[in-house]
Design a protein around this ligand. Sequence first.
Ligand SMILES: Nc1ncnc2c1ncn2[C@@H]1O[C@H](COP(=O)(O)OP(=O)(O)OP(=O)(O)O)[C@@H](O)[C@H]1O
Ligand SMILES: Nc1ncnc2c1ncn2[C@@H]1O[C@H](COP(=O)(O)OP(=O)(O)OP(=O)(O)O)[C@@H](O)[C@H]1O
Ligand SMILES: [Mg+2]
Ligand SMILES: [Mg+2]
Lengths: 263, 263
Amino acid sequence: PARVLAFINQKGGVGKTTSCVNVAAALALRGRRTLLIDLDSQAHATLHLGAEPGGPSSIYPTLVEGQPLAPTPVAPNLDLVSAETDLAAAEADLASADDRQHRLARALDAVRHRYDAILIDCPPSLGLLTISALTAAQQVVIPMQAHFLALQGVGKLLETISLVASTLNPSLRVLGVVVCAHDASAAHTGEVVADLERFFDAARAEASPWSAAVVFRPFVRRNIKLAEAPSFGKTIFDYAPLAPGAADYRAVADAIAAVSDAL
Amino acid sequence: PARVLAFINQKGGVGKTTSCVNVAAALALRGRRTLLIDLDSQAHATLHLGAEPGGPSSIYPTLVEGQPLAPTPVAPNLDLVSAETDLAAAEADLASADDRQHRLARALDAVRHRYDAILIDCPPSLGLLTISALTAAQQVVIPMQAHFLALQGVGKLLETISLVASTLNPSLRVLGVVVCAHDASAAHTGEVVADLERFFDAARAEASPWSAAVVFRPFVRRNIKLAEAPSFGKTIFDYAPLAPGAADYRAVADAIAAVSDAL
Ligand SMILES: Nc1ncnc2c1ncn2[C@@H]1O[C@H](COP(=O)(O)OP(=O)(O)OP(=O)(O)O)[C@@H](O)[C@H]1O
Ligand SMILES: Nc1ncnc2c1ncn2[C@@H]1O[C@H](COP(=O)(O)OP(=O)(O)OP(=O)(O)O)[C@@H](O)[C@H]1O
Ligand SMILES: [Mg+2]
Ligand SMILES: [Mg+2]
């Protein structure tokens, strides 16, 4: 049965959707039956895969009425549960349900036997939708960009993960960090990555959710093709399969799969 | 007394903070007494200006307890009301107050005579903090990047602005769009800008809040110095005054000031 991987970072525009979509597509190309859950009311993962927000595969009825998931195929080995713009309202409706954090988890349990990997794309916040993803997931991937300010945000995210792990989901593990839109010539990027790796190394002996976390290689280089692909409703592998962005995400997906299988 | 300008876009990472901070700094350098309000619990505008989140200048007591604002000077002609990480909780507390959307507006009214311009940096959502900003502001600046998906987000934002204008704040005007991190070589950027301008032109004869909106020139080019500056706690004008990012934001600030004065 599938492991559930949540792609999370409360900072906006760091590469969550770009990573979730292209890693899912890469896993599908490797033959893994993959499900992508779009949990962001802006529905960019849905649009990125050339699908319509809302519709019969929308996650909204699952969250708000407890209906079963209705994934739709978008590519060989790749299914999608789409978002819709009413998800913002859903978060408010969900807030008044007793079992609110668990609805997504329960709905996913019913389909896990059909897939090898389930990936969840989260909005830029630590609100109820992201908490639902952390409750439903076994593993967390943190996309980020190598700037010093990004380290602060990761600290806050790990606090939240720690809280969910100790109260709602003891099996939660952080797989690691995907460095996105990497520009090797930018000041301090080397130091930021070194800081992160020192932090993870120091946690190796502990029993924290990130005690086996890594900074994934390769870093995903800034590549204009990755920015263009969503507007065409295509993953990088359909839009520009020879671009550096395709090579980087293929390799990152292999690395994530290896660690995911191992943990 | 100051006009209040809100920098808004629910999409993450498009350049709201980079624009709000550097436009505020440029206005201050032009001799306008400027106040920046950091309304994002991630406090990136606060950090970008080299200040500490929280502390005596925090906006939290204003929002949650109705206390007066306590701006702190961060540069000649530039004061800051800082954010703090508890703002996420503040949004929840605020939700139960009767006059919740108006608290920020009322607090700003008390200080407007001390400034020529008040700029508000908003989080990547259309929640209560952003609605408070739309209620308190006279004018809206929309930072965005020139991708097709960005147009969808702008459409949704204008719907929200229309709603606030018809229910809470009839004087609300959209000044226009700042095109951020522009890469002229990316596919479709020209078409995205043309689409936006056609849309605004079609609205000229209407009575909508965006009937005088423009796409500001120059576009702010992608410039690594703009991405590095926040990690040093400096605006572009202190960090790299000769960089293209400095020239672009100086010019954009002049354009925004001109339209702001005129409307
Ligand atoms: N490696 C890259 N090279 C070039 N552009 C990239 C790269 N990764 C992401 N981008 C672009 O950066 C922008 C933000 O990426 P993305 O939407 O994936 O971030 P996000 O974290 O999902 O944002 P949000 O917080 O709004 O959900 C998008 O326009 C995307 O196309
Ligand atoms: N013109 C530019 N050139 C290079 N990098 C830029 C440019 N504008 C913004 N950036 C970088 O892009 C990232 C996102 O910008 P910024 O934080 O201003 O967006 P935001 O809309 O405020 O994000 P959020 O939604 O999280 O509040 C930052 O790392 C910033 O330094
Ligand atoms: Mg996203
Ligand atoms: Mg910001």
